[in-house]
Design a protein around this ligand. Structure first.
Ligand code: GRG
Length: 305
């Protein structure tokens, strides 16, 4: 499978990656539909196949390639496990007891279509399904049993109380209270950063990365994870959709702490740039195979939506 070289042409690289990611997701959803109750399966299909940037699987594939992996359909099956966790988190986050969202990516949210009870069950079923998907895909990629288990464990640790669930919990606890900068960092490192970092580590691990290479990829992930969140806060203020009134103002208008609110817009932009450089430095010794990762790091803070 060949992918266009990203420098100068990141958008066609991302478009092509998304096509392969969608096929991997479709294979995963079809696999799980056959094993789950029809109402739960329909809710999962709705939640997972509703678009989005597909950043996590793309990062996984880019890290796999950067670590010397030969890309084919199996790595997109692995990428699907990340999107299953991401999609479950959004399905549960949209529930009335959490962020109470009726629309996501321009479509009715899963509980609006299938009901809260089915959405809770579907989201819960997606967590072990994603772990098993990661295990199955990494074994298919030729990982031995120990490495395949590390891949699945990395995904579950990122999704769990020390990662995404813990970050969401901190977010809920922090509502209506002014957070300090280090508290905001901790919250985002868990809520968003942990899964982004896991996407990269999983890609690296399944390509057979050595411990130092795995560590470099992890450092890259930690840096772009935070840069992604800061860029998101900036986009809420001055992105094209914010200017057109479509973005809804994000966390700032929901009374939540944001980086620009805490340190000012200019400092927030400077910090995002610093983190991109940190990410690039972490993988400075990698070959041209890591160019997609380099371009994605720059894209994360330059994107307009
Ligand atoms: C019970 C405390 C508790 C938690 C359950 C609901 C939940 C688990 C976690 C929610 C985590 C959450 C909402 C994280 C936000 C992640 C995020 C930045 C989403 C937006 O990501 P993008 O921009 O979205 O990649 P697209 O639409 O492109 O996929």
């Amino acid at each position: 499978m060949t992918t266009p070289s990203p420098p100068g042409d990141l958008s066609s690289y991302l478009d092509l990656q998304r096509e392969h990611v969608e096929k991997g997701i479709e294979r995963a959803v079809t696999h799980w539909e056959r094993r789950l109750a029809p109402d739960v399966a329909a809710a999962i299909r709705h939640g997972v196949t509703s678009g989005g940037k597909r950043l996590r699987p793309i990062l996984c594939v880019a890290a796999f390639e950067a670590c010397g992996g030969e890309v084919d359909a199996r790595v997109y099956d692995l990428g699907a496990s990340l999107e299953m966790i991401h999609a479950y988190s959004l399905m549960h986050d949209d529930l009335p007891c959490m962020d109470d969202g009726a629309l996501r990516r321009g479509r009715a949210t899963t509980h609006v279509v299938y009901g809260e009870d089915v959405t809770v069950r579907a989201g819960a079923a997606m967590i072990p399904a994603a772990a098993l998907q990661a295990l199955r895909a990494s074994r298919a990629l030729g990982c031995g049993e120990e490495r395949a288990r590390r891949v699945a464990a990395t995904l579950m640790q990122a999704a769990g109380a020390g990662g995404m669930v813990g970050g969401q919990w901190l977010d809920l606890l922090g509502e209506g209270r002014a957070l300090e900068a280090d508290e905001l960092d901790d919250l985002h490192r868990r809520k968003t950063g942990a899964l982004l970092t896991a996407s990269l580590v999983i890609g690296g691990l399944s390509a057979g990365a050595s411990a130092p290479v795995e560590q470099a990829v992890r450092e890259y992930g930690r840096a772009i994870g935070l840069a992604f969140q800061i860029a998101d806060d900036i986009l809420d203020i001055e992105g094209e959709e914010a200017l057109r009134g479509k973005r809804g103002g994000g966390d700032a208008t929901r009374g939540k702490a944001t980086y620009p609110a805490l340190v000012g817009l200019d400092k927030a932009k400077g910090e995002a740039q610093r983190l991109v450089q940190e990410a690039l430095d972490a993988i400075a010794s990698f070959s041209r195979q890591a160019d997609p990762l380099r371009e994605i790091a720059r894209f994360i803070v330059s994107r307009k939506a």
